[in-house]
Design a protein around this ligand. Structure first.
Ligand code: S3P
Length: 185
């Protein structure tokens, strides 16, 4: 994991100090990694992606982890990696779509971080996930159906995030603007 550089100036959104890690949660394809990287840039903070960290720790892609060891093994790694990333240092963390469903991970994020639910219409998500075949849960499936089922199960958890921002088809920077506004409230 990249060590967090020490900062001399406090990070703020407007006048609001950012003194906790910011954690992006939400379904696959919503843009947690892309938006997260841009948000981190805007705030001058480090960015980490929990799936990348799991892959680095396992020396294997998420798809291979699912295939070789099963989803439960992946979920256990995901829980441990996120607990390690929430170490008190301020950064932006993009999580995999299932991370916030885990009770332990969700409690930790709600206690020690600032969770942001990035949300979009199922059609937009389905179109985005269809562009790549790296996600085991939607590989060889009807992505719209799978994403609708996941939304029905998971939205109750994502809704516990104190900030809810739409990430539609518009420019990523517009979504970052909306997050910055919400953080400044
Ligand atoms: C998953 C989402 C993926 C990845 C894994 C499982 C999920 O991450 O963690 O394929 O359960 O929704 P993204 O949300 O970044 O695609």
């Amino acid at each position: 994991m990249t060590p967090t550089p020490s900062r001399k100036t406090p990070v703020t959104a407007g006048k609001t100090p950012i003194d906790k890690p910011i954690v992006l949660v939400g379904l696959m394809g919503v843009g947690k990694s892309t938006i997260g990287r841009r948000l981190a840039n805007r705030l001058g903070l480090p960015f980490v992606d929990s799936d990348d960290e799991i892959e680095a720790a396992a020396g294997m892609q998420v798809g291979e982890l699912f295939e070789n060891y099963g989803e439960d093994y992946f979920r256990d790694g995901e829980r441990r990696v996120i607990a390690r990333l929430i170490d008190g240092s301020v950064k932006v963390i993009a999580t995999g779509g299932g991370a916030f469903v885990n009770d332990e991970t969700r409690s930790l994020i709600l206690k020690d971080a600032m969770a942001i639910w990035l949300d979009a219409d199922i059609d937009v998500l389905a179109e985005r996930v269809s562009r790549r075949d790296t996600r085991p849960l939607v590989r060889d499936t009807d992505p719209k159906m799978v994403l609708s089922e996941l939304a029905a199960k998971r939205n109750q958890y994502y809704a516990q995030a104190p900030i809810h921002v739409q990430s539609g088809e518009g420019a990523h920077e517009d979504t970052v603007d909306r997050i910055m506004e919400a953080l400044a409230q």
